[in-house]
Ligand binder design. Structure first.
Ligand code: AP5
Ligand code: MG
Length: 210
């Protein structure tokens, strides 16, 4: 059974690669960030709390993130495995998470901070189906319009240069410690995330068909 964590700095392609791998392995791709943005869109109290943290580039409180991700991972479609992107990000989350869930792999996508900022500054997302685009690397066929569903493309509220740097700072200070933990556990696989979407996807697939 595959229980795969996708890790990496902001804009390294966690969401992009999780979706591709999920189709290949026939398990759901679950994104912590997307779950939080859905919670915000629902107008719930939890969403209202999450918004203030996300918009300022800070992590939401551990208990909020853990509650939301646990509720998602116990849904029926995840009983035969899952791919989870963006959780855990701090050691305290990892400790709580590992008491309940047993990941089989942690894939680390590596890119430089300059690439992070470059990719996120040009990221667009469909407001309807959530498909992702990038102005320079993965442009939509028609400007401002989703290739998949013709929905409107928009920027994420936290994709602003100073907020991206704040998020990267937390990644280097906190999340890299979680990466080292998975390395010690022997489940970490490192992948060069700086190449094209297709090349990165091929390298990840090779980890599972050896
Ligand atoms: P989240 O939504 O997870 O944001 P993130 O970690 O900053 O990562 P991104 O989604 O920005 O990047 P990605 O790696 O998924 O890259 P993508 O595939 O989109 O979290 C948002 C916020 O929620 C956090 O800041 C925090 O506030 C909160 N949160 C989340 N998890 C939390 C937790 N565990 N605890 C507490 N709070 C939490 O790709 C980026 C762009 O590049 C796209 O435009 C894509 O099209 C393009 N692209 C992808 N791959 C390539 C490639 N190979 N070449 C060129 N372009 C590419
Ligand atoms: Mg993402």
């Amino acid at each position: 059974m595959y229980k795969i964590l996708i890790m990496g700095p902001q804009g390294s392609g966690k969401g992009t690669q999780a979706e591709i791998l999920a189709k290949e392995l026939r398990v759901p791709a679950i994104s912590m960030g997307a779950l939080l943005r859905e919670e915000i869109a629902s107008g719930s109290e939890r969403g209202l709390l999450a918004k203030s943290f996300i918009d300022s580039g800070r992590l939401v409180p551990d208990n909020l993130a853990l509650d939301i991700v646990s509720e998602r991972l116990i849904k029926p479609d995840a009983v035969n495995g899952w791919i989870l992107d963006g959780f855990p990000r701090v050691l305290s989350q990892a400790e709580l998470f590992l008491k309940i869930f047993k990941p089989t792999h942690a894939i680390l996508l590596e890119i430089s901070d300059d690439q992070s900022v470059g990719r996120l500054s040009g990221r667009l997302q469909c407001e309807n189906c959530r498909a992702g685009f990038q102005m320079s690397h993965v442009p939509p066929k028609v400007a401002g319009q989703c290739d998949r569903c013709s929905g409107n493309l928009a920027r994420r509220s936290d994709d602003v240069p100073e907020i991206i740097r704040q998020r990267l700072g937390i990644y280097h200070k906190e999340t890299e410690l979680v990466v080292r933990l998975f390395e010690k556990m022997g489940i970490l696989r490192q992948v060069d995330g700086s190449r094209s979407v297709e090349e990165v996807a091929m390298e990840i697939m090779r980890l599972f068909v050896a």
